[in-house]
Unconditional design. Structure first.
Length: 186
């Protein structure tokens, strides 16, 4: 009789194991998925907080972006102007600056624009004659212009060389300027 009870207990235990095994497997699977979800939530939580912060500061970001675009408009020529027109405007502006500084302009040329980081870089070259004070004052005025004028290269030579120059007088200089302006691309 004792054997029968043991056998009955074994059958009951086996039956319970058959019933509980899938439940234990399902529980283990759910526990694994829960841990996976917690890990992903821990990774996503800082990103979500940053997104909420960006949404909360949306108006501030928009106003700062508008201010940055406004400031950018002060430094570059607008896309509404043609690149030839922009080059000619810059050329005339620099001619006026050089003439006011006391430089004599021998030649000037607007070169074809080059695309550079979302902008058109429009080079303008100038060949001038004058003394050192005139070159210095022209450079000083160029650095304060808006939209900005970028001095790409500058070549200064004494006309006739130093051997011929009279030490009592300031030597005449020949200067070649390479200047660029930026225009926003359409």
């Amino acid at each position: 009789m004792k054997k029968l009870r043991m056998r009955e207990w074994a059958l009951v235990a086996g039956s319970l194991m058959l019933v509980l095994a899938p439940l234990a497997g399902a529980g283990w699977y759910v526990f694994g998925k829960h841990r996976w979800a917690e890990d992903n939530m821990a990774k996503l939580e800082p990103r979500h907080a940053r997104m909420l912060g960006l949404q909360a500061q949306g108006e501030e970001i928009a106003s700062v972006l508008a201010k940055a675009n406004q400031m950018r408009a002060q430094y570059i020529y607008p896309a509404t102007q043609d690149s030839n027109q922009t080059g000619n405007v810059a050329q005339q502006k620099v001619r006026d600056i050089f003439s006011a500084a006391g430089l004599q302009i021998r030649s000037s040329q607007v070169l074809p624009p080059k695309e550079e980081k979302g902008f058109d870089r429009i080079p303008v070259t100038f060949r001038t004659d004058g003394d050192l004070i005139a070159v210095q004052s022209a450079l000083a005025v160029l650095s304060s212009q808006m939209p900005i004028m970028i001095l790409d290269d500058l070549d200064i030579q004494v006309i006739g060389g130093l051997a011929v120059a009279n030490p009592k007088f300031a030597p005449k200089l020949s200067a070649q300027f390479g200047i660029s302006v930026l225009r926003e691309r359409p």
